[in-house]
Write a protein that binds this ligand. Sequence first.
Ligand SMILES: N[C@@H](CCC(=O)N[C@@H](CS)C(=O)NCC(=O)O)C(=O)O
Length: 210
Amino acid sequence: MITIYGIEPYDRSAKARWLLTEMGVPFENRWLDRKKNERESPEYLKINPMGTVPLLQVGEQYLFESGAICAYLADHFPEKDMAPAVSSPKRASYQQWMYFASVTLDTAQVRIMVIEDIPAGEVQKKKETQLQADLQDACEALDRTLSHSSYLVGNKFTAADICISYHLYWCKLWPELNGVISRFHHVEAYLERMKNRPAALKAQVFSYEG
Ligand SMILES: N[C@@H](CCC(=O)N[C@@H](CS)C(=O)NCC(=O)O)C(=O)O
């Protein structure tokens, strides 16, 4: 049995739940209680020393890091066709976008949260401008692919679309980042398509209300 540990439906555990829902693979949710600070309990830290969600449990095995969890699950069920095989020529771009989601896009969101805590002034503005320039480059890379393809890899939905669209959605919640992303029409249209996939709606991936 597969168990996904999360706190809220829209936190990073949503990526794994969306993927499992797309694949039609049964799983259990284990919701940690924020009020009881369960994610920092000795019991939870024993199975996830990072104290974060998501955490994936498959049998006796535990895995943290949402990108790694999605990569693992997509490879674990090859018959569901959510990741090109290692021997496929499409594997290179799949892997590129999987890492890009966690390293480039997720980090942009983390950076804006850190920048918000810097007192308003020259330093804050400089860091925000640099982040916007980096995000502009990232959006150009995405837009180039999405201008001729509905999906990121081989014109077919894969786990990379889940990871990329989830982090795009979160970046867009900050006006400073949304201002950059919204200039890219292919990226915007792509995100709308991803948000409306039945499995994404069922898993309540894009359900953050502030
Ligand atoms: N890089 C990690 C980040 C994990 C992370 O920061 N998760 C957040 C939720 S999305 C968390 O556990 N936050 C603690 C909290 O909400 O109290 C991943 O992708 O899994």
